[in-house]
Design a protein around this ligand. Sequence first.
Ligand code: SME
Length: 152
Amino acid sequence: MENINYDFIISEIKEVCKISKDKIDCITNMANISAILNEHLKNINWVGFYIFYNNHLVLGPFQGKVACTNIALDKGVCGKSFFSNKTLNVPNVHAFSDHIACDNNSLSELVIPFHANFIEGVLDIDSFLLNNFSLEDQKNIEEIVKTISSIL
Ligand code: SME
């Protein structure tokens, strides 16, 4: 992605998110964070959260088309990222075995796990372009996820 002001995104997230010790705020904050990311990231068609619950990932707040609601930890880019606790930057989802297609327009995907105070899961971002997320984008979005983890 080109010309993304990642510092601005982080400052907007900090400004918009309420920080309190209330679990309800997690959902509120995740909803606004997905809206901020959807507004500022380029060439994306889906951005949102999957939340770890009952040994599954469950769909959380997002922007984009209707998506699958439950992902087992051995399935999909999301399940594998959370299970291995590693970022998965997939330049071509069709070359990733076990990829779960929620939106046929998705061609590349970046999934970053997070472990916050009240909640853990993954941030999932899909792009309608192949290879949309450079290593630099990945590092910057990992920084955003660190900020998110300190808020949720
Ligand atoms: N593609 C993901 C599933 C979630 S959707 O992209 C919103 C995966 O393979 O885990």
